[in-house]
Write a protein that binds this ligand. Structure first.
Ligand code: FES
Length: 156
């Protein structure tokens, strides 16, 4: 198996279009060397970076955030298991937030999400007269859930 991949080979194996790979490279997310004829060649290990970028973007993580995460990996050598573990630790909080958001979306999409539309019967209770607008723009029940659980009979 070749040590260096052409952009076409990287694209075929990763499932990411060459134009997107060039864009990722322009942003400094992935790296290549150039042949004498000025053609890009990628270390095979770039496949893991591309996969990380692809999946992260697929779940809605901004490229700038992905770039910050990847910046913790060494650019001048192949990332080791320890390098990926360090990135994973730094990345965990962000992933936890995304998972929580997706869970709220899954669990509340049939009910009021606090977006101001007042189109569902449940909006009457959850967002009477759009009082949730005071918490900010957007579907605040999804994006800005209460941080503290409501008091229970035992905690009062
Ligand atoms: S779903 Fe939009 S305000 Fe309730």
């Amino acid at each position: 198996m070749a040590e260096l991949l052409t952009i076409g080979e990287l694209s075929a194996r990763s499932g990411v279009a060459p134009s997107a790979l060039r864009f990722y490279e322009k942003l400094g997310l992935i790296h290549s060397t150039r042949t004498g004829g000025n053609q890009r060649r990628y270390e095979r290990t770039e496949l893991r970076r591309v996969s990380f970028i692809r999946i992260s973007a697929q779940v809605g993580i901004p490229l700038e955030t992905i770039k910050e995460a990847l910046a913790s990996l060494p650019a001048n050598r192949t990332p080791t298991r320890a390098d990926w573990a360090r990135l994973s630790r730094n990345w965990r909080g962000h992933l936890d937030e995304q998972i929580a958001l997706l869970e709220r979306l899954r669990d509340t999409l049939t009910g009021c999400i606090g977006c101001g539309c007042l189109s569902l019967r449940s909006c009457t209770l959850a967002n009477t007269a759009d009082r949730l607008a005071s918490r900010g723009p957007g579907p605040v029940i999804l994006t800005d859930p209460p941080t503290a659980a409501p008091p229970t009979a035992e905690s009062e």
